[in-house]
Design a protein around this ligand. Structure first.
Ligand code: AMP
Ligand code: MN
Ligand code: MN
Ligand code: MN
Length: 296
């Protein structure tokens, strides 16, 4: 079956059709392979997805193949870690060319920063008594995966460092804890520029997760927009109706397209694929953007 983008858009506003434009695989810190993510998404009734691994496009090819087999639609995706005014902010890119030199050169730098930081975290964990922490985390993640604190959380949980994954993160990896290493990511402008140069749409990821008050969140959105950002996530997992409503208001006020995604990493009680919720009525969905295009 082939479907035009217009037909897909129509389908997405009818009941039951879900889009999930924020998903992780084992190309970064997700548990499932890209093909497994696609199969699980299809099972959940997702008709449009983007794999948005941290600072890597390595999973996209396998996901495209699986989407073709499973009859699911897909755009290219990524989640880029940035630093904005001393805070870690995530920028999702959609519908860009993963082979564009602006993107590949940015990701090469981020990859090096990630591996250096992963090794530094490993050294700190050694001092906490976790022998060969980097090597073991690398083995669990695979040779080419970008390693995040999510991978370290999975490793710490596997060796029984604490009772839950959340506790492992909170005990060792959260800001100020023993194995915390401050990251040196690119700027918001760098990330947005790379996405735009590669022909894509830059999306401010999970805007409510940065612990910013109203004034600071508006400053972030203003800076993001001035840098060329064009969309923001409005619907996501673990969100109160009030939060979603507030994000709806901001996306309308700042004239940013709206995206939705679960931020799925692994099966857990609170987050499931396709469970990011549907977009509220008043927003302009990102699939209406003129740059929006399907890979499959
Ligand atoms: P990093 O980009 O290396 O700073 O790592 C951030 C990643 O850590 C996120 O993408 C999540 O996958 C994971 N993470 C963040 N907070 C938690 C938490 N409380 N419990 C488990 N994993 C977390
Ligand atoms: Mn993650
Ligand atoms: Mn994120
Ligand atoms: Mn994410």
């Amino acid at each position: 079956m082939t479907i035009t983008t217009d037909e897909l858009k129509q389908f997405l506003i009818t009941d039951g059709a879900r889009a999930d434009l924020h998903l992780h695989s084992n190309a970064s810190d997700g548990k499932l392979s890209p093909a497994e993510v696609v199969a699980a998404a299809r099972e959940r009734g997702v008709v449009l997805l983007a794999l948005t691994d941290h600072d890597t496009c390595d999973g996209i090819k396998e996901a495209v193949q699986a989407c073709t087999e499973h009859n699911v639609h897909m755009t290219t995706g990524i989640e880029i870690s940035t630093i904005w005014r001393g805070r870690e902010i995530h920028i999702v890119g959609l519908c860009f060319d993963p082979n564009h030199p602006a993107m590949t050169s940015l990701l090469e730098k981020q990859k090096k920063l990630r591996d250096d930081r992963a090794r530094a975290i490993g050294e700190k964990l050694e001092k906490c008594g976790f022998k060969d922490a980097y090597q073991k985390t690398r083995e669990m993640a695979g040779n080419t995966a970008t390693i995040t604190r999510g991978n370290y959380t999975a490793y710490l949980y596997s060796v029984g460092a604490a009772e839950t994954m959340n506790q492992c993160f909170a005990k060792y990896l959260a800001e100020g804890r023993k194995a915390y290493v401050r990251a040196q990511w690119c700027s918001v402008e760098d990330a947005v520029n790379a996405v735009n140069l590669a022909g894509g749409i830059a999306v401010l990821a999970h805007p409510r997760s940065y612990d910013l008050n109203n004034k600071w969140l508006r400053m972030l959105i203003t800076d993001f927009k001035n840098a060329g950002g064009e969309a923001m996530e409005v619907s996501g997992s673990l969100q109160s109706p009030a939060d979603r409503d507030f994000l709806q208001v901001l996306s309308v006020e700042y004239e940013l397209f709206a995206s939705c995604g679960s931020d799925f990493h692994r099966e857990c009680k609170y987050i499931s694929i396709g469970g990011g919720g549907r977009l509220p009525d008043r927003v302009n969905p990102v699939w209406n953007h003129k740059k929006f295009k399907l890979e499959v």
